[in-house]
Design a protein around this ligand. Structure first.
Ligand SMILES: [Fe+2]
Ligand SMILES: [Fe+2]
Length: 158
């Protein structure tokens, strides 16, 4: 089983690919819509699982609190842009400009997680617990993904 660090990084790699696909596709093309839809559902469930299964543990350590709070605050800021983009017309000229802000900010966030946050977290989530954390993270993410997709379908039907 991959460690929780590998699981999070694998998601990040997928997100980086989707961000690149979105930037390299046209207006409201089916390719861009499909990539955005995948990105939207995955970033939401990924962030929720990180908060519940990863940041919650760091929060328990005094020295981990600032890091965890900083990252969770970034999740909120990123989510605002994600929702804003989701409500905007993808083929409008402003969409891509706003998307590029999201791409830059999110790439920064992922890099910070993979470097500073992981380094700190390894002090609480060591090798021997890796499997358990990884499993909880994946399970939580799957559950969240189902919720996000359902919510999205309900929203599209309205
Ligand atoms: Fe995150
Ligand atoms: Fe992440």
């Amino acid at each position: 089983m991959p460690s929780i660090y590998d699981a999070i990084t694998a998601d990040h790699e997928k997100h980086r690919d989707l961000l690149a696909t979105i930037v390299n596709t046209e207006g409201g093309s089916p390719e861009r819509r499909e990539a955005w839809n995948a990105f939207y559902c995955d970033i939401k469930s990924h962030s929720a699982a990180e908060e519940e299964e990863f940041y919650a543990v760091l929060m328990q350590e005094t020295w981990g609190q600032d890091t965890a709070r900083h990252s969770v605050a970034e999740h909120h800021a990123l989510d605002e842009i994600v929702e804003e983009l989701n409500d905007m017309d993808m083929s409008s000229p402003g969409w891509l400009t706003r998307f590029k802000t999201l791409k830059r900010d999110y790439e920064h966030h992922m890099e910070e997680e993979e470097n500073e946050v992981f380094t700190r977290a390894r002090k609480v989530v060591g090798e021997e617990e890796n499997d358990a954390y990884s499993e909880r993270f994946q399970k939580r993410k799957e559950k969240e993904l189902g919720l996000v997709q359902k919510k999205r379908e309900d929203h599209l039907e309205d």
